[in-house]
Ligand binder design. Structure first.
Ligand code: NDP
Length: 252
């Protein structure tokens, strides 16, 4: 897997670009939205809580970055018409989409497959995978309008190698990796690139929920893992598609 943690992005890397970030309210998604905006992008903040997204909106405005937009969407209940409504609104306001970071996810339970509640399993698949699929499908025409767009799927180390007690979350990330590869193959040479990115252990609420006994201070912050997020969204990754990336180097 390739990692670009030392990448130094030019300040205007994403100038004039329209980039949508799902789960932009907190954690890695918030950091990615702020980072993309700082590098010149008009960022579409997508998430389920308008009030939480407004805090990010205000922080982006306060930086003097391009004015962002808030698109409320609960990925757990969203259906095809909701994904299409996002596309229609985007089309009206911006006419195209240059970047799409699928970041929103939920953890589900940390129990064995034998005892995993199937309703919760379905909910994790819905938020982490099915909604990602639906949103991508609806946004493909707008990504095509860009002529040169980047779709980044957020993966995990357990989306590349299964591990006990990671059940639905791990399965959803394997499915995401598969979807990324299929889309990359289907759209080869189209001007839309599709790649996956594993953030690695990062200091967020989700990591805390997964590892409650861990000292968060030993983990990189979302801000520290942004170089690969920038590399994949910017022009340096043009022509790269169907690849799996890591935001942090492997532990030695
Ligand atoms: P957080 O739990 O901190 O943030 C998750 C984001 O997803 C929040 O913005 C949350 O919104 C949003 N979200 C959750 N459910 C929904 C929903 N139904 N509809 C819309 N938005 C929703 O997670 P991280 O920042 O840690 O994780 C970001 C990504 O990185 C995820 O894909 C995760 O799987 C992946 N990852 C993280 C690692 C880590 O160590 N942190 C390691 C490997 C992968 P709200 O504020 O409303 O809850």
């Amino acid at each position: 897997m390739t990692c670009h943690i030392d990448y130094q992005a030019p300040a205007d890397l994403l100038a004039g670009k329209i980039v949508l970030v799902s789960g932009a309210s907190t954690g890695i998604g918030r950091s990615a939205a702020m980072t993309y905006a700082r590098h010149g992008a008009t960022v579409i903040l997508l998430g389920r809580s308008v009030s939480r997204l407004e805090v990010v909106y205000d922080a982006i405005e306060a930086m003097g970055a391009p004015q962002p937009a808030i698109f409320p969407l609960n990925l757990e209940s969203a259906a095809a018409q909701d994904h299409l409504a996002v596309a229609t609104k985007l089309e009206k306001e911006f006419g195209r989409l240059d970047g799409l970071l699928h970041n929103a996810s939920i953890l589900g339970d940390r129990v064995s497959v034998a005892s995993y509640d199937l309703e919760l399993w379905a909910k994790v698949m819905q938020v982490n995978f099915t909604a990602t699929l639906g949103l991508t499908q609806a946004l493909l025409p707008l990504l095509g309008q860009s002529g040169n767009s980047s779709v980044v799927f957020t993966s995990s180390s357990v989306g590349r190698r299964g591990r006990a007690n990671w059940g639905a979350y791990s399965t959803s990330k394997f499915a995401t990796e598969g979807l990324m590869q299929i889309l990359a193959d289907e759209h080869h040479g189209s001007g839309i690139r599709f790649n996956s990115l594993n953030p690695g252990a990062t200091r967020t609420a989700m990591r805390r929920a997964a590892y409650p006994d861990e000292d968060p201070q030993v983990l990189r912050t979302p801000e520290e893992i942004m170089p690969t997020y920038l590399w994949l969204m910017g022009s340096e990754s043009e022509g790269v598609s169907g690849e799996a990336f890591d935001a942090q180097p492997p532990k030695t």
